[in-house]
Design a protein around this ligand. Structure first.
Ligand code: UD1
Length: 377
């Protein structure tokens, strides 16, 4: 009988789950070929940063939970490396599949490479060319220890070629996070979140109506560059208060950001900017698809808004996802209050709305392509 291929999928932090879910789903159609093991490093551990995504995405319970928790970069790498090495010794997989650019991604790729276990990197080749971002270091190093590199946009292939990675290791496949978005978008219509937040707007005949006019701005912020420096964080909060004079601002707050707001004694007027707990995948999707504007510093949300055709302002000096600017609805904005307000009001007045063009291969079938490639090597 043909031997099954044993694959370890690694997740660690919030942006990983939606990238892994479609791969597991496609592989699970062929249990005679694939022996799948899901390892959660525990980099993110709060219900709202982890478990709710498992529920929303229909991911199975992790087979192995490493429980590494929070800490400095070195602490996180060290704990994951040590405990993942034991997992590899015990389970001896044929492949380790890592996604994205978080600390768990690099640590697991490195542990596997040192044991001569093949590594596949999903979302390879993205580069911000900004080494002050921890994710940039994770991206570069993960790519250089990987055996098979799956890119989401053509810029990834170009970056990898410039770094001397042989093109035969690289496959342009599209975006598994978009696979998840495309699959779950119809289901997001039935969410109660708009009602729960009392987002009712009056239409012409005076009848209350859910936010059909998309008249709110949705915000996420968590990058150390924006939230760990109190000057930057207060500039951004000031901008949100000003924008909220025109449209309501909804801001689900990442734990890192909440901590910094508190530590720096910052605040926003609660009637204007609504600070919410972090949201699960389906609720966030329901809010994002109806938003008139998204302001973020996330990587993935730049891509999701491009797919949805929702205008997005990214509070960063650069992006590793240039296709979201070239073809999508994304625009970079500096972290200065006046610039953010100007760009936001422009976008809200429809002045900044760009027609969306879907990036190539963002068609909901990236995971199928990845699995086909893995079958062929
Ligand atoms: C990490 C990733 C980042 C990703 C982000 C998504 C790295 C280097 N960064 O950043 O690329 O965009 O996840 O959220 O891997 N915390 C909790 N509960 C949790 C997890 C974290 O309260 O479940 C708090 C802790 O105080 C922790 C802080 O958030 O110290 C930061 O968490 P950490 O995993 O270090 O990085 P993120 O900022 O979440």
């Amino acid at each position: 009988m043909e031997q099954r291929t044993r694959v370890i999928h690694v997740v660690g932090a919030r942006p990983n789950y939606m990238k892994v879910a479609p791969l597991m789903r496609v592989m699970s159609r062929h249990p005679e070929k694939w022996d799948q093991i899901l390892v959660h490093t525990g980099q993110h551990y709060d219900y709202r940063m982890s478990q709710v995504f498992f529920e929303d995405l229909g991911l199975p319970h992790p087979d192995v939970y490493l429980g590494v928790g929070s800490g400095s970069h070195a602490e996180q790498y060290a704990r994951v490396l040590q405990s993942f090495e034991n997992v590899l010794d015990e389970l001896r997989p044929n492949w380790v599949i890592v996604v994205g650019d978080v600390n768990s991604t690099l640590a697991c790729a490195l542990a596997a490479a040192q044991k001569h276990i093949k590594v596949a990197h999903v979302e390879a080749g993205l580069r911000s060319f900004d080494r002050t971002m921890p994710e940039e270091i994770n991206r570069v190093l993960t790519d250089h220890v990987s055996d098979l590199l799956f890119t989401t946009e053509r810029s990834g292939n170009e970056n990898l070629a410039k770094e001397g990675i042989p093109p035969e290791k690289v496959r342009f496949v599209g975006n598994t996070m978009i696979d998840t978005l495309a699959a779950l978008l119809p289901k997001s219509e039935n969410r109660q979140i708009l009602k729960e937040l009392s987002l009712h707007f009056r239409n012409g005949n005076g009848q209350g109506q859910a936010a059909r006019h998309r008249a709110y701005t949705l915000v996420t912020l968590h990058r150390p560059q924006n939230v760990d420096e109190s000057y930057a964080l207060s500039e951004i909060l000031e901008a949100l208060e000003r924008i909220a004079e025109d449209v309501p601002v909804l801001f689900p707050v990442h734990p890192r950001t909440r901590k910094r707001i508190k530590e720096n004694h910052l605040s926003v007027h609660p009637d204007r900017v609504r600070l919410l707990e972090p949201l699960g995948y389906m609720d966030f999707l329901a809010l994002m698809r109806q938003a008139s504007l998204v302001i973020t510093d996330s990587g993935g949300i730049q891509e999701e808004t491009t797919y949805l055709g929702v205008p997005c302002l990214t509070v960063r000096p650069n992006t590793e996802r240039p296709v979201t600017i070239e073809l999508g609805t994304n625009r970079l904005v500096p972290r200065e209050s006046s610039a953010i307000v100007r760009e936001a009001l422009h976008a809200l007045s429809n002045g900044g709305v760009k027609e969306r063009t879907l990036p190539p291969l963002w068609d909901g079938k990236a995971a199928e392509r990845i699995v086909r490639h893995l079958e062929q090597v």
